[in-house]
Ligand binder design. Sequence first.
Ligand SMILES: Nc1ncnc2c1ncn2[C@@H]1O[C@H](COP(=O)(O)OP(=O)(O)OP(=O)(O)O)[C@@H](O)[C@H]1O
Ligand SMILES: [Mg+2]
Length: 464
Amino acid sequence: MAQVLIIDDDPVILEVIGEILKTHGYDVVAAPDGGAGIRELERNYYDLVLTDLVMPDVDGMQVLDHVVTRTPKTTCIVLTGHGTIKSSVEAIKKGAFDYITKPITADELLVVIEKALKFRNLEEENFRLKKELQQTYGYDNLIGTSDAIKKIYDLIEKVADTDGTVLISGASGTGKELIARAIHYNSSRSDRPLVVINCGAIPEELLESELFGHEKGAFTGAYKSRIGRFEMANGGSIFLDEIGEMSPALQVKLLRVLQEKKFERVGGTKTIHVDVRIIAATNKNLTTALNKGKFREDLYYRLNVIPIRVPPLKQRRSDIPLLIDFFMKRFQKGREMKITGFSPDAMDAMLKYDWPGNVRELENVIKRLTILCDDQVVAGEDLPEHIPQKGRSIQPIEEDFLEDGVTLHKAVEDYEKSLILGALERSDWVKTKAAKLLNINRTTLVEKIKKQNLVETGSTSSIR
Ligand SMILES: Nc1ncnc2c1ncn2[C@@H]1O[C@H](COP(=O)(O)OP(=O)(O)OP(=O)(O)O)[C@@H](O)[C@H]1O
Ligand SMILES: [Mg+2]
């Protein structure tokens, strides 16, 4: 029920409006003058204030001032006589939601009040959603208590609200994008867009127009002009993922944006200025690329103003139990917990494993277990085969295969299958990536997947 305060020095108006609102379900308190109204606002919270404008001593404008500065969540509507329309316009400029002219009809009153409250609810909802978004990408979702991750939290806090360019480096799946999001959503740019672009995933010829936009006719197929990601990110941040993959020609253009904050669209002559914070990431060692001449030194130093190095998971094993718990809860949220914990053996194996795919691999293993594991407590044998553990290794196949009639061919095939599955899991079933890890070409991998009848357990796309 909405709480409404009415302030008017005319007792008849207080009475009439009070009655109308009460019969329509509002909780109403009346104050006979501006001073009493302000005292009431200091004592109790109100969703809405209806105040007369002209009152002796403390008038409606002063009430409005109080609301705007002290209780900004309260919506204010002013009541005005014919002679004071001008001041009611003034009141709206100051922050009143609307005004109602006396004499007041019940219908008009109710319509204006309903509109005001509806607007207020929308604003609140908007605020709540924004907060929720911030929580999703704030530190709440960056799990870990190891010294290494704590250092990263400190860095995020220090740099978030500056405009400094950040270069995040770390192996695949270590959480670089999550960190970039945390930086953006904890900065004063958080209500402006964070535009993400993976420089490694877009063909070189398209990347330039993707980043900087193009004019109509700039190249075959450019039927319309289009703005690029830098323009989309104006006022906010841009996350340039896999920056190490950028071609030398584009590196020059990017350098100019960093230095001068301006560029031209492909095929365009107009110079476009943008205010964008740049966060870049790389899973390659950029200094190696630097030495090989593949990455420009001047660009590197411009990007590397604030370096954040994310260590691989095996260098912060103390975070593993927390991450397991976090993902277990996340994947089973809103339903009965199918798995609730790990046996000592299973936990031991999880802690000792090297996690070449880092947090992403761990996340995928937990996801798979929440789907496939039949026991509440995950045992060693429930873990994927590529995670080594006591009493189970690849070698026993060698001992067994003669007596059990397991052929070498079958043993090799099993081993191959577990390697392929491991690589696929590490790369989120992106076959090109998995093939790279296995050092085979993609076509060979696809053939093997078909032959071995391998299928992905549960889609991982929704969790990225
Ligand atoms: N500290 C962490 N806490 C919780 N989840 C994490 C953490 N680090 C990574 N993750 C999760 O692991 C997955 C991979 O993280 P992210 O995409 O940020 O990695 P990345 O370093 O950008 O990887 P790539 O180089 O492959 O793009 C995501 O689903 C992310 O939510
Ligand atoms: Mg990434």
